[in-house]
Design a protein around this ligand. Structure first.
Ligand code: PLP
Length: 428
């Protein structure tokens, strides 16, 4: 039998770092990544036949569990008609209608192939629509890997962002202003100074890329207000939160309406799909209607649309999100009890179907600085002990966890039993 360690070694010969996306590499966790072979419902099965209760869900899409028979069935049904035509297809209209119905702030929508494409295109659209170059983002929010968004706060945070990756031109990064999440005062100050130069604010309405950090009351409302006051476009990056924290996404949950919304993950049912959409008057600037260029050879791919439509349709069952949130609540409550009993400093934060564990003595984590101050070694030990016991958590202290409707009370109990032992390992 070939082990994960052997496969990782083989993969590393021709794939940089052995992976096609960095977080998969288990960097800093002192063990090789697990190579998975198949998945069903709440479970992943590795190449050695071991089963894991999965709280990553392919980083979000698998909200009804892996290999959902209805999603697979929809793809199978389309398969024999051909993989891609490069022409309009009726199924793209079905998808667009469904998205606009589920997220009412979206009046028009364009399909793309990833979350990165969605945010990159939304930024270009906001710049084209406003005729301005500057954008505002928040430290610890991740919006994919396009150049304008791989930027961290520079020393003069208000005016000069710095590339967070080699290869991003400083001359581009300086158009990106990076502020602290959950800091409305910083947003106000920024807009007071340069508000009329700002094309847009892009924000994760619940931050899921620095673990799970909900917006504090008033934060999203402040973003909405300053954008209104200064004619800037408010973009909610709901690639992660869309259809997960509520059927209508975080904007429905918090009742704050963005101008544009970016989608990904769930919208493709596990296929490579993203989307961006919003107000008609803004979306009409996209080509071929308007002058802002955006395109894609495989965009609106019929198989991907079939998978996404099948999944979105399932989420519309009454009570779906309440039940999902209840499962998260049970898990987080159980984890807290066991951490407390073991004397481990840990807190949980959750919204709808997403959650996070922070190894910290603080009662709340609101921003990147607080998230990165958490105990990385405690996380590493906990993660490793959970993995050994067949529970697959995100292999990074800075990623949110995802629940699915396929997780049973028994799966959650198994997770809590494993956590009891894992918290003991944290203390060693
Ligand atoms: N935006 C958010 C909030 C994300 O979490 C991600 C990916 O995790 C992206 C954008 C980028 O999406 P993709 O990896 O599909 O390019």
């Amino acid at each position: 039998m070939t082990t994960s360690a052997q496969l990782f070694e083989q993969a590393s010969r021709h794939i940089p770092g052995g992976v096609n996306s960095p977080v998969r590499a288990f960097k800093g966790l002192h063990r090789p990544p697990v190579f998975m072979e198949r998945a069903q419902g709440a479970y992943l099965y590795d190449v050695e036949g071991k089963r894991y209760v999965d709280y990553v869900g392919s980083w979000g899409p698998m909200i009804t569990g892996h290999a959902d028979p209805e999603v697979l069935g929809a793809v199978r049904e389309r398969l024999d008609q051909g993989l891609s035509f490069g022409t309009p297809t009726a199924i793209e209209t079905t998808m667009a209608d469904l998205i606009c119905e589920m997220i009412p702030t979206i009046e028009m929508v364009r399909m793309v192939n990833s979350g990165t494409e969605a945010t990159m295109s939304a930024i270009r659209l906001a710049r084209g629509f406003t005729g301005r170059d500057k954008i505002v983002k928040f430290e610890g929010n991740y919006h994919g890997h396009s150049d304008s968004l791989l930027v961290k706060a520079g020393s003069g945070a208000l005016t000069h962002g710095e590339p967070s990756s080699p290869g991003v031109p400083a001359s581009l990064a300086e158009h990106t202003v990076t502020l602290s999440y959950n800091d409305p005062d910083a947003v106000e100050a920024c807009f007071e100074e340069i508000g009329d130069e700002i094309a847009c604010i892009i924000v994760e309405p619940v931050a899921g890329n620095m673990n799970c950090i909900p917006p504090q009351p008033g934060f999203l409302e402040t973003l909405r207000r300053v954008c209104n006051e200064h004619g800037s476009v408010l973009i909610f990056d709901e690639v992660m939160t869309g259809f997960r924290v509520a059927m209508g996404g975080a904007q429905a949950y918090y009742e704050v309406a963005p101008d544009l919304t970016c989608l990904g993950k769930i919208v493709g049912g596990g296929m490579p799909v993203g989307a961006f959409g919003g107000k008609r008057e803004i979306m009409e600037h996209i080509s071929p209607l308007g002058p802002v260029y955006q395109a894609g050879t495989l965009s609106g791919n019929p198989l991907a649309m079939a998978a996404g439509i099948a999944l979105l349709t399932k989420l519309r069952e009454p009570g779906f999100h309440d039940a999902l949130a209840q499962r998260v609540e049970t898990l987080c409550h159980g984890l807290q009890e066991r951490a407390d009993a073991a004397g481990v400093d840990m807190i949980t934060q959750h919204v709808g179907g997403m959650f996070g564990l922070f190894f910290t003595g603080q009662s709340r984590v609101d921003n990147f600085a607080q998230a990165t101050a958490c105990d990385a070694e405690a996380f590493r030990r906990f993660f490793s002990a959970m993995l050994d016991q067949g529970v697959y958590l995100a292999p990074s202290a800075f990623e949110a966890g995802f629940m699915s409707s396929a997780h049973t009370p028994e799966d959650i109990q198994l997770t809590l039993d494993a956590a009891e032992k894992a918290f003991a390992a944290v203390q060693l």
